[in-house]
Every structure is written in C-alpha cells, then in structure tokens.
Design a protein around this ligand. Structure first.
Ligand code: ADP
Ligand code: MG
Length: 702
C-alpha cells in the first residue's frame, strides 16, 4: 500500500469525510449480512472501525519446507483425476518451476474444479502445507496468491471465526485505500514533534501493513513509534478530559461545613468501636475537604472489609449537623437496604431521619419519600441509582456518597452533582489500584487509602475441593454450622435470566437443604422481588437462616459478621476480582473464617491459576497484579467495572510512564489554553468532541 504523503495534520473533519468513515462495513466488498452481524458483535461496524482495528499478528510467506506451510511458484502444465493407494479419488494439477515439477492436490473437488480454472502457460503462486507426493513437492488444498502478495507480510486480524481472513483482508484493504484519506489527525503538531510520533495516516498504515520485519517486531513488542502513538493518544485524551473535569470541580463553589469539637465528641459517644488509624486518616482528609469552600471530590479506596461504611456515615452526620441533606448511593438494592439498616442502627439515639429509595419501594412510599426529601424533613436518603432516574428534588443536598463507585458511571455522578449547588462528593471503592497509579487514573479526584483492617481480624483460610469431593466440603461446613456460625453458598449465574442456570442453582439448593437437615437454608437470587430479598437477608442477619444459598447478588458489600464460611461452586467460572469480593463477605469478625472453592472438572489453565492465586494470597493488591499477569493486556481486576475505560492499546500498569507523560502534557496544555481555543489545540477540541464524548461515557465531557 502507498504511504500517505499528503498534509497529514491539516485534515478537517468535514461532513463528507465523517460520513464516509461512518459508512457501514457492509459497504465494503465481501461483507454481507452474515459477516456484518458477527463483526458488529466484535465492535466493528463502520469503515472507521475497520481502519482502527489493527492486525494482531503477521505471517511471512516462507519458501517451502516439507511438513510446513510455504509458497511455491511455477507455470501450470496440466491436471487430472487420479486414484490414491487407498482407493480415493484425488484432483491433481502439475506445475513447472526452475527447480523441477511440483503439484497441487485436492481431496475435495467438484468435477475437475478448481483445477479447470488454471490457464496453461501462466505462472501461479501456491500457498499451503507442502509435502512429498509421487516424488515431487506437493501443496495440499492450496491458496493462490497474487504475485505482489508473495514475500509480503500477511496481516492476521482478530475477526469472527467463521470469516476467512482473506475476505476480511480484502475489505480492510478497500477501507484503507479509500478511507484513510478521510482520517483526520488527532494529535497536535507539538506532541507529534515532541515524541517523534508519526502522523495518524502513517501510523495507521504501518500498523496494518508494516512491510518490514523490523516494523513487525516493533509492533508486537509495542515499542514502535506508530504503536506508542496510539497508547499515548488513549492516555492523552483520558487525561485531558479528566483535567477539564477537575478544573470544573475546583472552580465550583462548594459548601463550607463547620466541624467542631462538640460534633467530634458526640460521634465518639455513639461509636461502637475505635477507628483504625487508616480510617482516622481518611476521615481527617474528608473533614478538611468539607471545611474548605471548594467542592470535595474524594475517592476513598480500601480493600473489602477495611471499614469504609462507617467513615461515610460520620461524614454524613457532619453534613446533616450543618443543616444539609446527605444521599448514599449503593450499586445494588441488597446493599442499599443494608446501609439503610446500619444507618438506623448507628444513629438510633440521634435525631436523624432517613428514607430508602430503591426500585422496589412502592409507588406510594416513593411519592411520600419524595415529598419528605423536597421539604427537607428527611436528612439521609439511601438508595440505588433508581434515585437518580426518578427526578428527586432535594431540599438542600450537601453531600453525595457513592459506595462501590466502580459500578457507577461518571455521567450518573454528574447527574447527581447537578442536583444541588455543588454538593461535596465521596466515592468509595475496593478496586485495588496501586496508589501512585490511582492518582493518575482518577486524575480528577483526591484519593484517601484505607490500608489497614479493623483489629482482631484473622486471615481467612482458603481451601479448594474438586466437585467430586463436594460432600467432604459440605461436611467441613457442617462442623462450622454446628458451632452456631453461618455460611454462604454461591452459584455462578452468569445470566440471571437464564432459566437453565437458575434451575441448576435451585437443584443444588435442594441438595444442600437435604444435606443440612436440621438447619435453615434460604435461596436468594437476582430475579427475586426486593421484599423477598430483604426478608431472606434479614433472616440471615438475625440468624433464623443458617445457610444462604445465593447467586452473586451478595458479591458487593453485604456485611454479616456471623457468617464465617463461604463456599463457592464452579469457582473456576469467576474472575479473580469477583472471587476476592466474594471472599470479603467472610472474615468480618474476630472468628476464624473459611473460603471454600469447589472446582469442576473442565477447569481451564487460567481458571487453575486463579484458584491457586486465591489459595496463596489474601491481599487485593497482590491479586490484582496476578490478575494482570494472567490476563496480560486488556481488562484487569475489574477495570471493566471500575469506571475506567477499556483501553485498546494502553495498559495502565506497564505503560505507566507514558500515562504520566500524557497527564503532564494534558495539564500543561490546559493551563495555557483552558478552553482549547488556540489554533494549535483545535485538533484536541475536535477529537474530544468527535470521539471521546459520545462513545466513551467515562469521560463525561462534551
Ligand atoms: P467495606 O470497607 O468492605 O465497606 P464495611 O464498612 O462493611 O467494609 O466494614 C466491615 C465490617 O467491619 C463491618 O462489620 C464494620 O462494622 C466493621 N468495622 C469497621 N471499622 C471497624 C473498626 N475500626 N473496628 C472494628 N470493626 C470495624
Ligand atoms: Mg462496603
């Protein structure tokens, strides 16, 4: 393919250009409805997507070696059908090369097709596995290459299995030939020069058609400037968007709360335990933010069980004492109910009022709650994001607390913040991102880390059992139940709406019920109504239910300290972050806790690595590292849920240096040109609004 030599940086995103790139892949040769559907599922639906989907591998056409794939070229002589030794019919065509004769053979053929399409005296290049047949080299079911393809590197794309590479390659070739000219530059000149990055068109060309082996190894090792450009670009736009957001936060006039000795003494009196020093540090950070006139945007990061909830409650009480309302948002109804219950327990002797707003609160109660909230009669509002969607008017919202922040999009957060005059915001997460990285990744937030567990906690003991030994595992659980402690049983329902899977869980439930004859066993799953869920969970909390059989609805946040054992069936089907979250359900008291991983026979290599990591480590950070190793590039330890973008090129761990450089550049550019109005920065503004606002909602700009 030709190198693009035009003016790479002056391209303007004209309507025509944009609409060409937005054309469906169906407009490309060879792609009909069938391929279209499966390509779309892989995220390739437009010409632009094709241009931006690079090969993951390059094959070289080698000269033939017996037993391997290779290319032989020669002039076609003749063909015929012959009988093999074992009586099968075989189509055979003979070619002449400089080194003598060779043949092509087919076992599957129609009439004498495809040999009858060959023209006498013409030169052909055959690609396929080469073997010796009747004393001459022979290519089995060859692919015919064009002369210009021979000796070239052949790109291999990540496409649906049913689609031949050759078909997709042709489509990609067309997309590049006609579409590349329309692709606008996306990085400013200054950046390209600073890092010696190629322009966008050159970079795309190199990644699709690297031409030299040196380029290929640079791409595969992710060190080629064309590849690095895309890593940088992903980071740069993430950081630019974050910086824009951070600037808008700090410009926002916030509330200046008063927090005095009286308040601190009051809290001290109602505290059921002493805060750990890590909790105290986080609380001091929060108080300082609250007392300052700027709006608070603080992320509290702490491993499961580190005690984030109490911090949120205390901060909430401070806001209420200043006359403001507080909203606590949880990712699941189960967790919202729990927070609501704990809040009432914690403040039982305080004059605070609270209401619950979840999807399953009935219409009448909701309407009443809405009135109470609007009139200011209620101090704490606990709910799921349903609260956001239901047009709640606050009397005077002063503090927003979002638990397990990784389940919430930035847009939702923003929707809430727009409800009041810049309320302070606390986000709580258990996603273990290393501290230095967290500051870059959550560049728009201040971060407090709770890196200490409440005192008296004993490390959870993790064991694994193969499915055949399930009864041994159950006997082990029985011993613990006999001591009056409680147990979770978890089933991996990938899809709660899948009837078959639910049936499997119900069947296991029956089995467990029969096994623990003299115990109370309850079944909890996502398809249940809110009220049913609440009754079950309350029963488990107060001890009238000993064993809670559940799908992963208990994954996040559920806190029942008397539960000391969690048994996870088909544990190999869970990701490491989920396993870690699930294990966090036990070990919430000073009693010894156990996590039992039951694995089925068809466990994969990766599944096995996950299980052994769980057996070996309890630390979330360590597990996150291992998760990264196992998965390599791509999604790591729940980044998919963490509110972080999924990067196509970049890896926030291994490319940390580039991330930091991109952050520095973004900050510098915006401090000189906050509105991105300078001519040289127009590209940034255009790219942000064209590609990083609609599609990538995490950025929350535009
Ligand atoms: P997470 O950080 O996972 O949200 P929680 O806030 O649910 O953790 O706290 C876990 C458990 O530890 C709860 O039962 C809570 O009451 C208890 N807890 C929190 N802080 C302390 C502390 N300083 N001392 C003793 N127990 C604590
Ligand atoms: Mg929690």
């Amino acid at each position: 393919m030709e190198k693009y030599t035009g003016e790479p940086h002056n391209a303007v995103e004209t309507e025509a250009a944009l609409s060409f790139l937005k054309k469906s892949v169906k407009s490309l040769p060879g792609i009909g409805d069938k391929f279209y559907n499966s390509l779309q599922k892989m995220g390739i639906s437009t010409v632009r997507d094709v241009i931006y989907s690079f090969p993951y591998r390059f094959d070289m056409f080698k000269s033939p070696v017996y037993g391997e794939k290779g290319v032989i070229g020669g002039v076609y002589e003749n063909h015929g059908i012959i009988k093999t030794r074992n009586g099968k019919r075989m189509l055979k065509a003979v070619f002449r090369s400089e080194n003598g004769f060779f043949s092509a053979v087919w076992l599957h053929f129609k009439g004498d097709y495809p040999a009858n399409t060959l023209k006498k005296g013409e030169t052909y290049y055959l690609y396929g596995t080469v073997s010796k047949n009747d004393g001459m080299p022979s290519v089995f079911h060859p692919e015919f290459l064009k002369p210009e393809e021979v000796g070239a590197l052949r790109p291999v794309y990540s496409i649906p299995g049913a689609m031949p590479q050759s078909v997709y390659r042709k489509a990609a070739e067309t997309a590049l030939k006609t579409g590349l000219a329309y692709v606008p530059e996306t990085l400013p000149d200054k950046i390209l020069e600073k890092y010696k990055f190629p322009g966008i068109k050159d970079a795309i060309t190199t990644l699709h058609r690297p031409e030299t082996e040196a380029n290929v190894s640079g791409i595969i090792s992710r060190t080629h400037p064309a590849y690095k450009r895309f890593i940088y670009e992903e980071f740069f736009y993430l950081q630019t968007a974050m910086e824009i957001r951070r600037r808008s936060y700090s410009a926002a006039e916030g509330i200046k709360f008063r927090i005095d000795k009286d308040f601190l003494n009051k809290i001290k009196d109602i505290m059921p335990f002493r805060l750990t020093s890590a909790q105290r540090r986080a609380l001091v950070d929060i108080f300082n933010d609250m007392m300052s006139p700027a709006q608070m945007n603080r992320l509290v990061q702490g491993d499961v069980g580190s005690g984030k909830t109490i911090i949120a409650f205390i901060a909430g009480a401070a806001a209420v004492d200043n006359g403001y309302q507080v909203i606590i948002i949880a990712p699941t109804e189960v967790l919202a109910e729990q927070h609501f219950g704990n809040l009432q327990k914690f403040f039982r002797n305080s004059p605070y009022s609270a209401c619950l707003m979840t999807g399953s609160v009935n219409k009448k109660d909701k309407a009443e709650a809405r009135n109470l909230i609007a009139s200011g009669a209620v101090n704490f509002i606990v709910g799921t994001h349903a609260v956001l969607e239901e047009n709640v008017e606050f009397f005077n919202l002063g503090l927003v607390i979002v638990d397990e922040q990784h389940r919430f999009g930035v847009r939702q957060r923003k929707a809430l913040m727009d409800k009041g005059p810049a309320p302070d915001v606390i986000l709580m997460t258990a996603t273990p991102i290393p501290r230095t990285l967290a500051m870059t990744v959550y560049g728009d937030l201040d971060v407090s880390v709770i890196d200490e567990m409440p005192p008296g906690r004993i490390a959870c003991i993790t064991k694994s059992y193969p499915a055949e030994k399930l009864n041994d595992a159950l006997k082990f659980v029985e011993e613990i139940l006999e001591k009056g402690q409680r147990a979770y049983f978890i089933y991996p329902l990938i899809d709660e709406s899948d009837k078959l899977e639910l049936k499997a869980a119900t069947k296991s439930f029956d089995y467990i019920k029969r096994f623990f004859k003299n115990k109370n066993v309850g079944l909890l799953h996502g398809k249940m109504k809110g009220e049913e869920k609440k009754i079950l969970l309350d029963g488990f909390k107060n001890g009238s239910i000993d064993v809670l059989v559940s799908t992963t609805v208990v994954e996040v946040g559920v806190d029942v300290p008397e539960a000391t054992v969690i048994l996870i069936e088909n544990a190999e089907r869970f990701g490491l972050s989920q396993l870690h979250q699930l294990r966090g359900r036990v070990g919430r008291s000073s009693l010894q806790s156990y996590c039992i991983l039951v694995t089925s026979q068809d466990i994969t290599e990766n599944g096995r690595s996950r299980i052994s990591a769980m057996l070996k480590y309890t630390d979330g950070f360590k597990l996150a590292e291992i998760d990264l190793e196992i998965r390599g590039q791509g999604d790591f330890f729940g980044t998919r849920q963490s509110g972080l973008p999924e990067f196509k090129f970049a890896n926030i761990i291994t490319d940390a240096k580039i991330l930091q450089a991109a952050q520095k550049d973004a900050k510098e550019i915006l401090s000189c040109d906050p509105e991105l109005e300078k001519e040289e920065n127009k590209i940034i503004k255009n790219t942000l609004s064209a590609h990083y606002s609609g599609g990538a909602s995490y950025l929350g700009v535009g």
